[in-house]
Design a protein around this ligand. Structure first.
Ligand code: NAD
Length: 373
């Protein structure tokens, strides 16, 4: 059983899918591990550290040659892994809705592609969940990015020269990233408020010491769909939410948006008119910018200014904390493969619940129902 850890090729991707820690753990399971030279450099891991952990460090061709399982943060280009075993697994973040052509190419090449972002949100899979581990650090980093762009202090400061008032920070979308953003903004001393479409988040917001800003219930609307994710909201709900947000947002210094709906474009939460109502010097961070953006005018990969308000649209925010996010990503992959490790076969054997959820391709075909439906 050979596991390959590749150097990421996507522009701006600084993370790596394996660390010396997980190399050692895979070896302890009985696997052989190969690492592409330079794979960890942007996450502060030297080739020598992988070698010391027992990995064979070599070029891409040698790393992939005869591999049974290829690990990645993002999916490797299909033509760069042709030397792997027929039917080899690719376990990575595969962006199945955003990059369908690549999924089809994996199928055509006979790979079994496993999309780690399709991991079901069930208790036993929590330690395998890359969305949670990466979102958590994104939420933290979003607040630091806001603080960096903001020309004022976050905490209230009482000085001999007078008082500096606390920044008002509003978090929209209170999933994993939003909760961490609330906690981080609170630690920095901001006055924090937050909103979500899922009523269950009200208690979570308040338990972190922030103010919950909620639309009164509109008849027939629940907001929470399968697996605790948000569902698309009705026009009536969207109008009520926009009105509430409009009045609240005009008083904010910092807004962090994190709202996502799986498989769809991110919901638009902030319009240009709402941006114009904010004070000059305010900052908005749009964590959903790569999924279409929560904020009108946000540009992926740029910090733009509209009406004197900075709109931060960094791409791949987890990659901006590559050492920590890589360590967690690598553990997610190890936790996943080791949970299914069959000692006699010296290989992982997936069960149906998780296998059917994450398997995109098998036997030359696309098999995942979320892609077929
Ligand atoms: P996400 O990244 O899919 O979305 C971020 C947040 O945006 C969500 O809270 C969502 O409700 C919210 N949102 C969507 N549309 C919105 C709108 N129009 N206005 C305001 N907010 C909007 O969410 P996530 O971080 O992946 O978490 C989703 C849920 O899954 C949470 O309840 C989380 O605690 C839960 N979860 C469970 C597990 C597990 O049990 N294994 C693991 C991770 C997360």
């Amino acid at each position: 059983m050979k596991i390959a850890i590749l150097r990421e090729q996507a522009a701006g991707e600084r993370r790596v899918s394996g660390t010396p820690e997980t190399v050692k753990k895979f070896k302890a399971l009985g696997a052989e591990v190969a690492v592409e030279a330079g794979a960890g450099l942007t996450a502060s891991i030297a080739d020598a550290d992988y070698a010391a952990a027992g990995a064979a460090v070599g070029d891409r061709a040698a790393t992939v040659a005869g591999a049974d399982i290829i690990l990645g943060v993002q999916g490797p280009a299909p033509d760069s892994i042709t030397g792997a075993k027929p039917g080899a697994w690719i376990a990575a973040g595969l962006n199945p809705f955003g990059d369908r052509a690549r999924v089809d190419a994996y199928a055509a090449a006979g790979f079994e592609a496993l999309a780690m972002e399709f991991m079901p949100r069930i208790t036993r899979a929590q330690s395998m969940d890359i969305l949670s581990s990466q979102s958590n650090l994104s939420g933290y980093k979003a607040v630091l990015d806001a603080a960096y762009e903001y020309g004022r202090a976050f905490p209230m400061m009482m000085t001999a020269a007078g008082t500096v008032s606390a920044a008002k920070c509003f978090v929209m979308g209170v999933g994993v990233a939003g909760l961490q953003a609330i906690a981080t903004a609170r630690r920095l001393g901001a006055q924090v408020s937050a909103t979500d479409v899922r009523a269950a988040t009200k208690e979570q917001i308040e338990s972190l010491g922030a103010k919950a800003i909620f639309v009164e219930k509109v008849a027939g609307i629940e907001g929470e769909g399968a697996g605790g994710y948000a569902t698309e909201m009705s026009d009536e709900y969207k109008a009520a939410q926009a009105e509430l947000v409009s009045s609240h947002i005009a008083k904010q210094d910092i807004v962090i948006t994190t709202a996502l709906i799986p498989g769809r474009a991110a919901p638009r939460l902030i319009t240009d008119a709402q941006i114009a109502s904010m004070k000059p010097g305010s900052v908005i961070v749009d964590l959903a910018v790569e999924q279409g953006g929560n904020v009108e005018g946000a540009v992926a990969g740029e910090v733009v200014e509209r009406h004197g308000v900075k709109i931060v649209g960094h791409r791949n925010v987890p990659s901006r904390l590559a050492a920590d996010t890589s360590a967690l990503f690598a553990r997610n992959l190890y936790n996943f493969l080791s949970a299914f490790w069959d000692k006699e076969k010296n290989a992982p054997v997936l069960d149906d619940e998780i296998g059917n959820a994450i398997r995109l391709t098998q036997g030359g075909k696309v098999v995942n129902e979320r892609l077929l439906g």
